[in-house]
Structure formats: structure tokens, C-alpha cells
Design a protein around this ligand. Structure first.
Ligand code: ADP
Length: 407
């Protein structure tokens, strides 16, 4: 059984073709600069293996349909592809960023579902319209292939009201749907499940704090496999400090900034999303560049790293209190999986909570799930590589099975 996973942006999309028997990626790729004079397609067969075969081409992709048509041709190409016919694709799994309160689990896409996703666009104006476009294109090109929407927010739908409500006048929740939704849910759910598996326990038995640290960063408190709280909010701007996003700040700052500088609300929004975070402090947002700058004695880079780790530590403390008992602290995504310095700094001084890092284990580079805490530690500190695409493919498979669709 083969499932095509689509992650669509406004002028680009990524795709992966999964073999669900072997859990291997058969082909993957990226189409970018859709709508520009010259677009670019990078396609890989057997990615990240010794047999990898990479095709990259410049082309004109006036819209997503044109890009997707080219991908379909590559997927069935005798050299570059992995399919004889497109009908071998059993289903498509689409990443959809905002599912609102309407979608607490992945859903088979029907006209009604698509209409409801459209209605959620005001809550995610940059993301949901792009996701919808991807769904519409696939429905046009592969009309007989079932499509499943997998929402970034769905894992967080188990949060209780005390965690998701903001202390604003209640009518803004009712009328404007202002509440915490949380994001990166596919990753948090996948990593919490893998952490339980690593400990040899069922997800229901395990409490985990998951630190997803990539360009975007979010922390979640997972009790018995269900999300109890998460750091991102109405939008992915909230929570810990990120590459270019400020994370939690005094909510009075935007109005104060506007009054002081005359900047418009839209300009301030862009400033908080794209010019703040690590980049705002030291001008760099890639953690590897920040380490290089720290090594050269750059004081602002050191401050940015220090602030970043401190903001994560504070969430770990908060979520320890939320959960009461913590079995595992799991690091994932680009920084979480690769950066031993961040992991060690975040955990420094938490021995009183039973959280500690074994330096030798922490310094090992590997792409396998692993423990980096000392043997017998009260809390297992783990590094768990995330795999949002596999989680999306599995969710799509689950939805179709539940609906009794034979694949
Ligand atoms: P995205 O959120 O876009 O999926 P990733 O999960 O790929 O992002 O994470 C990107 C971040 O991971 C960047 O800050 C990058 O510097 C960091 N990163 C990647 N590899 C390393 C590494 N070896 N050491 C430290 N940081 C790394």
C-alpha cells in the first residue's frame, strides 16, 4: 500500500510517497517558486539511502496544478519514479495547519469537510488557504484517490478549558474563536508515542514533556498519550523563543510599540513573526550559525542562546507542575535532535526534578531514538527523531481503515 503525503505552502509544496508495508519513503521532493518566472523542482528516488537518485530541474509552474502534474509524471517515470500507474496510490494525506474546534481528528476529505476547512482560514490566513489549494489540486488530478486531512492542531484538542482558554472577555472565545489551539501536533503525538515505545510502556502509562525545537519551537505536556497543555497558542507565535518569532512577551508590547513608533498592526505582526526571536537578538536564526558566532566570542549570539535555553527550561518547570509526574523529557526536530549544547544547557540545574544529562551519551551523534540521561534516572531524557510525514501517512491509513475502506 502506498500513500502520498502532501505539505502545501502558498508558493511551494513538499511531497513524499510512502510504502506503508516497509515504512520507507519511495520518492520525495519539493516544488518551489510556483507562480514565478522560473520555478524549481527537486525530486528524489529512494531518498537518504545509498540508492538515492536526485533529479533537479528548473521549470515554469504557473500554479500548484502544473507543479503537481510534473510530480505525477516523475512518480510514474521508469527511471525516477516508483509507480507503474498513479492508481497504485491508495490515498493522499494532507497536512492542514488549523483544524479549529471542528476537527479533533484526521478526516476523510469530502466537499463538506473542505468547506469547513475553508471556514477556518481566518484563523490561519497564511497556511490554510495553501493547504486547501493542495487538496483541490489532488482531487482534480487523482479524482478516485481518497484524500485525508491531518491537522496540526488535532493532537492538542484534548487540552482542558483551563489550558486552552485565555482570560479575555468570554464573548471573544464564543464569537471570534480566540483560544489556544497549539501546533506541531503531529510531531508531538508521534514523539510522545515513540517515547513510550522506547520505555517499553503503553502510551497511556507514560507522562512526557516533548520539546519540538526546529525553526518553530513548541513544548507540550502529554499525560497518558493525550495533550494536557502546549506552548503555542491561537497562532504559532506564542511560547518559547524561536528562530525568528518572539514567543511569549508582555501582551501590552504591540500596542505600546504602535503608539511609540507609529508602526501599523500588520508591520508589528511581521516584526514579531519574522524579525524577532534568535534573529532579533543576534541577527542569526540558524542554530549552527549561532554556535559558530558564540565560538568567535559574539556576545549577542551568546545572549540569544542563553535566552532560548532559559525559555525552554521555564516551560519544562511549568509542565512538570502540570503533569505532577514526568517519566520522560523528549527532545526532537532540528535543534532538539542535533544540538547537544542546547539539550545540556536546558537540563542544567534540574537535578532536583530528577532531570539530568549524561555528557557522553548526550555527545553521541545518531539518528536513532536514544536516552541521554544517566542510568536509573527518575526522568528519562530522550532524543527522539520526529517524522511528521510518516505520522501523516499513518493517520491517513487509520482514517481509511476506520471507514472500512479497503486499500
Ligand atoms: P523546521 O521547523 O523548518 O522543520 P528543523 O526541524 O529542520 O526546522 O530545524 C531547523 C533548526 O535546526 C535550525 O535552527 C538549524 O540550525 C538546527 N540544526 C540543524 N542541524 C543542527 C546541528 N547539527 N546542530 C545544531 N542545530 C542544528
Amino acid at each position: 500500500m502506498k500513500i502520498l503525503v502532501i505539505n502545501c505552502g502558498s508558493s511551494s509544496f513538499k511531497y513524499q510517497l510512502w510504502d506503508m508495508q516497509t515504512h520507507k519513503v519511495l520518492c520525495s521532493g519539493l516544488v518551489e517558486r510556483i507562480g514565478d518566472a522560473v520555478g524549481r523542482l527537486i525530486h528524489k528516488k529512494n531518498p537518504d539511502t545509498e540508492a538515492e537518485r536526485k533529479t533537479s530541474e528548473d521549470g515554469v509552474f504557473p500554479d500548484h496544478t502544473a507543479g503537481m502534474m510534473r510530480v505525477m509524471a516523475l512518480l510514474t517515470d521508469p527511471e525516477a519514479g516508483a509507480l507503474k500507474e498513479l492508481s497504485e496510490i491508495s490515498a493522499c494525506g494532507h497536512r492542514v495547519v488549523q483544524g479549529g474546534e471542528e476537527f479533533t481528528k484526521s478526516a476523510l476529505i469530502t466537499e463538506e469537510v473542505l468547506d469547513n476547512v475553508r471556514k477556518l482560514s481566518p484563523l490561519a490566513p497564511l497556511h490554510n488557504p495553501a493547504c486547501i489549494q493542495g487538496i483541490e489540486v489532488i482531487m482534480k488530478i487523482l479524482p478516485d484517490c481518497p484524500s485525508v486531512a491531518v491537522f496540526d492542531t488535532e493532537f492538542h484538542s484534548s487540552m482542558p478549558p483551563r489550558a486552552y482558554m485565555y482570560a479575555l472577555p468570554y464573548e471573544y472565545y464564543e464569537r471570534n474563536r480566540i483560544r489556544r489551539y497549539g501546533f506541531h501536533g503531529t510531531s508531538h503525538g508521534y514523539v510522545a508515542g515513540k517515547a513510550a515505545e522506547f520505555l517499553g510502556k503503553a502510551p497511556e502509562e507514560v507522562n512526557v514533556i516533548v520539546c519540538h525545537l526546529g525553526n518553530g519551537c513548541s513544548i507540550s505536556a502529554v499525560r497518558g498519550g493525550k495533550c494536557a497543555d502546549t506552548s503555542m497558542g491561537l497562532t504559532p507565535l506564542a511560547g518559547v523563543i524561536m528562530g525568528t518569532r518572539c514567543g511569549d512577551i508582555d501582551p501590552a508590547i504591540p500596542a505600546y510599540l504602535g503608539a511609540q513608533t507609529g508602526l501599523s498592526a500588520a508591520r508589528i505582526d511581521a516584526l514579531l513573526n519574522r524579525e524577532s526571536g534568535l534573529k532579533g537578538i543576534c541577527g542569526l536564526n540558524d542554530m549552527r550559525d549561532i554556535h559558530a558566532a558564540c565560538a568567535e566570542g559574539n556576545a549577542k549570539a551568546k545572549l540569544a542562546l542563553d535566552m532560548f535555553c532559559y525559555s525552554i527550561k521555564k516551560y519544562i518547570g511549568a509542565y512538570y507542575a502540570v503533569l505532577g509526574r514526568v517519566d520522560a523529557l523528549a527532545f526532537t526536530a532540528g535543534i532538539g535532535e542535533n544540538d547537544n549544547v542546547t539539550r545540556a544547557t536546558v537540563c542544567e540545574g534540574l537535578e532536583g526534578l530528577g532531570i539530568a544529562v549524561d555528557t557522553a551519551a548526550n555527545n553521541v551523534r545518531s539518528s536513532d531514538p536514544r536516552a541521554i540521561s544517566p542510568k536509573g534516572a527518575k526522568v528519562s531524557v530522550l532524543v527522539i527523531p520526529t517524522n511528521e510525514e510518516l505520522a501523516i501517512a499513518q493517520a491517513a491509513q487509520r482514517v481509511l481503515r476506520e471507514l472500512g475502506k479497503s486499500l
